[in-house]
Design a binder for this molecule. Structure first.
Ligand code: PMP
Length: 279
């Protein structure tokens, strides 16, 4: 084998060229946030991991209980109270062939200090850039194939924007690594969870918080004009939580955000309760 400038034994413990996650993006992943030593919404994340794997006909190499144990052990070994967990499952290692190999799927995981947006981003809101959604028809699967997502995020960054908002056939789908919400006339809108978006765990839990708070919710397709005329708008993900949008392309949104403030408080309380219940 050839790796890192040298010919080496094919079985040396580097990522083998024939590892299918690496070679084909043939795998799925999850990203989980740990608060006070407890992984938030773990069962929702593991449900989604199972759904993603099933959709790609990958058999997870561990039972649900074993996965929970491995995560728990990892958190303990890391000694981190606050952490980011990245898990991926690939179809394993086998000589290159498009057909599925007989190999067992392979789990890998990292547990690290959490990467956090600066407080300023939450206070001021972020700039976003609208871009064509060039992804495939099955974005509900959390697959390793993120090329369109990274290209969009990089294009946004090159214009000073923190997130790309993707648009398919004139309608907003989601962010390159987040879900998109709009508030108009006191109503909270977000794209319906079809196969065209990743149904974010944060999205689900923020929608539940909104309903608890008595905010009217509509899962509805949104046009570019609609989002640009928003009273408030924000993106959500496991790593960023609820992050206000200050600008969409050249359009500035209001810097007073009553409903986002209310939702941020509600989501914070939800998070604390969940972590308390799970621990
Ligand atoms: N959509 C995409 C494309 C994403 O990559 C992510 C983050 N992984 C999300 C939405 C948000 O999902 P979650 O709230 O589960 O982190």
């Amino acid at each position: 084998g050839y790796y890192d400038g040298q010919f080496r034994d094919i079985n040396e413990k580097v990522i083998p060229i024939d590892e299918r996650g690496h070679q084909f993006g043939d795998g799925v992943y999850e990203f989980i946030r740990v608060y006070k030593g407890t992984p938030l919404a773990l069962s929702q994340h593991l449900d989604r991991l199972e759904r993603s794997a099933k959709a790609l006909l990958i058999e997870l190499p561990f039972s649900r209980t074993d996965l929970e144990k491995i995560i728990e052990e990892g958190i303990q070994k890391s000694t981190l109270e606050e952490a980011d967990i990245y898990m991926q499952v690939t179809r394993g290692i086998s000589p290159r062939n498009h057909l599925f190999p007989d190999t067992k799927a392979e789990l890998s995981m990292t547990i690290r200090h959490p990467r956090q947006m600066p407080d300023e981003a939450y206070e001021k809101g972020i700039s976003t850039l609208l871009l064509e959604d060039e992804r495939w028809a099955n974005c509900y699967i959390k697959s390793l194939n993120l090329l369109p997502n990274i290209l969009a995020k990089q294009a946004a960054a090159s214009k000073g924007c923190k997130e790309a908002i993707l648009v398919k056939d004139g309608y907003i789908t989601e962010g390159s690594s987040s879900n998109v919400f709009v508030i108009k006339d006191q109503i909270l809108y977000t794209t319906p969870a079809t196969k065209q978006i990743l149904c974010g765990i944060t999205r689900t839990n923020v929608l539940a918080c909104a309903k608890e708070e008595g905010i009217q919710v509509r899962e509805q397709h949104m046009t570019i004009d609609f989002i640009k005329q928003a009273d408030e708008a924000f993106v959500t993900s496991t790593s960023i939580g609820i992050l206000p949008i200050a600008r969409i392309d050249e359009q500035h949104l209001s810097s007073t955000r009553p409903i986002i403030d209310k939702l941020t408080n509600a989501y914070q309380i939800f998070r604390e309760q969940q972590v308390h219940i799970q621990s």
